[in-house]
Write a protein that binds this ligand. Sequence first.
Ligand SMILES: [Zn+2]
Length: 352
Amino acid sequence: MRNLEELKQEAFIAIRGAKSVAQLRDAEIKYIGRSGKLTEVLRGLKDMSADERKEKGKEANALRQTLELEIANRKSQLQDAEHQHKFAAEKIDVTQPGRKYHTGSLHPLTLVMREIQDIFGKMGFSVVRGPEVELEWYNFDSLNLPTHHPARDMQDTLWLAEEPLPIKKRGKNISSRLLMRTQVTSIQVRFMETHNPPFQIIMPGNVFRREASDASHEFEFCQMDGFAVGPDASLANLKWVMETVMKKLFGSGVKTRLRPSYFPFTEPSVELDMACLMCGGRGCSVCKQTGWIEVLPGGMVNPKVFEAAGYDPLQSQGYAFDIGVDRIAMMKYGIPDIRLFRSQDLRFLEQF
Ligand SMILES: [Zn+2]
């Protein structure tokens, strides 16, 4: 008798003291589970006399019902509390101001590349790309820059350690070393080998030079070469294209000048300069104190380049030019140092 009463008090404390549904479940198992304390009492009934069994059995079953009821009550209390807690935690205050979502932005060079491509697209130029790891043949030899040509010094080159590749060009077997292309002009002969004129294309991409960097020089930069071949591709046509692009990029008030220049792959060669927008032509570190920025070198395609591509140099006419995308971007956004483009500095990048 005393045993059942004690058991009841003990079970009540455990059930009412349960702080969670899980704890309550433990108490349930402990007292009325398959091997719980009360279940054991009920099992022990079989060793008693019939009278004792009847009386004790009645009490034990009553206690079992009491405990079951008690557990059910506590369970519903705990579940209510848990729901309340969950609702409170998940409550959303729709009146709170939203959190600003941080999005990335396009790199200034990407923005300028896209703008230039768009301008040329409207003039009927198509975009053509080529490999950054290039054969010496396409980067130099075919562009009238044979091995000991002094103009090669203008472009300090990153050579790759791989063995030269055997190739066959103009009926000759030659071996050509691999390099990181120093100019996207390397795409010209590649393109002519598989296409017939007339065509007008632009060739965007990264180029690499073994060069110390300063405010206006980088060892990696972006170029966008233009290349047009056909009976109408004249020097006058080239001048118009160059000036039109500058006007579209910088407005019709942009000041430019065209002067003779030298490049091995064009003859004659010209260079279009624009008045430095950083200093208004007074001279600064970006324009090397000259007031002018070289932005568009170009000229008529040298017949030797046509010859290297297997075109008839007497029947072919074309012009080529090169846009220094980094310099255009510097002028356009007032960026004083070319090294900022590849600095990965978020304070710089987030401004675009
Ligand atoms: Zn300047």
